[in-house]
Design a protein around this ligand. Structure first.
Ligand code: BES
Ligand code: MG
Ligand code: ZN
Length: 481
């Protein structure tokens, strides 16, 4: 891990100097450098001085007017990617003056970005990418307790996000439902929140027939993970607080089942538990930040595989709340396990709000691409808070509708509902409206993260692999409630 601190003067030999377009460098540079340095967002140019060991890494910030959390995360990503190629243990990052963000928010985001972009997943490679950077000083005139705390918070959230990324980046042969459950238990012990694991027998006792139906084709036993966080002290009073319930889709592998997926890119379906990883990381961060909220986490976890036992198209499964569901396509399994989790939340708690995180539909990728999550809600109460948190974290979403007329799409001839909508029509909406059938009057936000949860090509601010999309956003949302 990198040590991050602040300093008023530069103490290391590698000076990282981010500059806005048309900015004058505060450090005298050889004139010729400016011939090569194109000051666009994320551009880098190393400058060598002929005195001593000093080097200066110029980094483009682009246009000042367009600058914000998104641009800063991108600039930090490009800095951290460049530094990885150098043999340096210490560096100084001269923080730019930004007017649009409060110093505290800016510091937290900086620390988060550094930790996030320092992450690199090479656990299965014999040849590791060495991580030489050990400490980074942020050069700024601002100091004080609040600033140090902001850095600490940024590190906590960044490390939690990285944990979620690792959990998702590990392959499905390691990360099984029982592995996920063990991981949750260890996390709970370490950060002192409660964790209960239900196995196949308890899942049956709870009448979670949809989760059980998906799990039938797999030899790995299903798990239903229940997390509970209460702020320390006054536990009894706090327990009475209506909880916020986070539900994370935990498909540790999704082959599609009998309605099998094409082989092309099927390996990516180890990432079908990114929603679960998000929820675990949010608990990790929230418990360290000691937020004054009552939080429940639910993770229905199974594989979706094929066997002589597997659920077949045409089968009818019964949900925890008694709804009969015609399985038209066994690949629409995420909504099934989530529906039982929603029923569980409503049966065991009185949720103030349910938020679910799910790599639910390929259709959301078609609608919104891979940099916007689909946002569905049956309430407007949290719109402003969510938007603000997304801007803070630079984790973006776009609202999608659930029109009454489309309820038709999930009607079944033989059961109460069916698990797919009309072919080729509003697939992400059909997934959301299936969940809506179970949500009743509980305020609810559904995040379809199928496009944003991982990336197979490097992006300007993201390395390949899981992204932990939603972790920073949610932590910021929860602490501002
Ligand atoms: N896990 C997938 C969704 C997915 C697809 C995520 C591609 C990321 C990339 C989900 O279980 C699924 O298979 N959904 C089906 C639903 C369909 C059968 C109605 C889909 O989107 O194809
Ligand atoms: Mg599927
Ligand atoms: Zn799936």
């Amino acid at each position: 891990m990198i040590k991050i601190s602040t300093n008023k003067t530069i103490q290391t030999d590698l000076i990282i100097l981010p500059l806005f377009e048309k900015d004058q460098s505060p450090i005298a540079l050889p004139q010729a450098v400016l011939l090569d340095f194109k000051n666009t967002l994320g551009a880098t140019q190393m400058v060598y001085s002929n005195q001593g060991q000093k080097r200066i890494l110029l980094v483009g910030l682009g246009h000042k007017q367009k600058f914000g959390p998104q641009a800063w995360r991108q600039a930090i990503h490009s800095i951290m990617s460049y530094i990885r190629t150098l043999d340096v243990a210490q560096a100084s990052l001269v923080l730019p003056k930004v007017s649009k963000l409060s110093p505290v928010k800016f510091m937290e985001l900086t620390a988060f970005g550094v930790i996030f972009s320092h992450y690199h997943f090479d656990e299965y490679k014999q040849e590791k990418t060495p991580r030489k950077l050990q400490s980074l000083e942020l050069i700024t005139k601002i100091s004080g307790k609040k600033i140090n705390q902001a850095i600490e918070h940024g590190i906590i959230i960044g490390l939690a996000a990285n944990e979620a990324r690792s959990l998702a980046n590990h392959p499905g042969n390691l990360v099984t439902p029982s592995h996920l459950a063990k991981y949750a238990q260890e996390l709970a012990r370490k950060y002192k929140f409660a964790c209960k694991i239900l196995g196949p027998a308890e899942i049956k006792k709870e009448k979670m027939g949809l989760l059980a139906g998906v799990a039938k084709g797999s030899d790995e036993p299903a798990r239903f993970i229940v997390l509970e966080y209460l702020p320390a002290g006054r536990q009894a009073e706090n327990k009475k607080l209506e909880p916020i319930v986070l539900i994370g889709k935990g498909l540790t592998f999704d082959s599609g089942g009998i309605s099998i997926k094409p082989a092309d890119r099927m390996e990516e379906m180890k990432y079908d538990m990114c929603g679960a990883a998000d929820v675990l990381a949010i608990f990790e961060a929230v418990s360290q930040l000691k937020l004054p909220i009552h939080l429940i986490g639910l993770i229905p976890s199974t594989e979706n595989l094929i066997s002589g036992q597997a659920t077949k198209p045409g089968d009818i499964l019964i949900s925890k709340s008694g709804v009969s569901v015609e399985i038209v396509n066994t690949d629409a399994e995420g909504r099934l396990v989530l529906a039982d989790a929603i029923d569980y939340a409503r049966a065991h708690f009185q949720p103030k709000l349910i938020i679910d995180y799910a790599t639910l539909t390929g259709a959301v990728l078609v609608a919104l691409g891979d940099q916007l999550a689909g946002f569905f809600a049956n309430t407007k109460s949290y719109d402003a808070g969510f938007k603000k948190a997304a801007a803070t974290a630079a984790e973006n979403f776009w609202p999608l509708p659930m029109p009454e007329e489309y309820k038709e799409h999930i009607k079944s001839q033989v059961a109460d509902i069916r698990n797919v909508g009309e072919k080729g029509l509003a697939g992400a909406t059909a997934g959301a409206m299936f969940l809506e059938h179970f949500i009743g009057t509980t305020p609810w936000i559904h995040l379809d993260i199928a496009g944003t949860a991982w990336t197979m090509r490097p992006k300007p601010s993201l390395a390949v692999g899981a992204t932990a999309w939603g972790v920073y956003l949610t932590v910021d949302f929860l602490r501002n409630l």
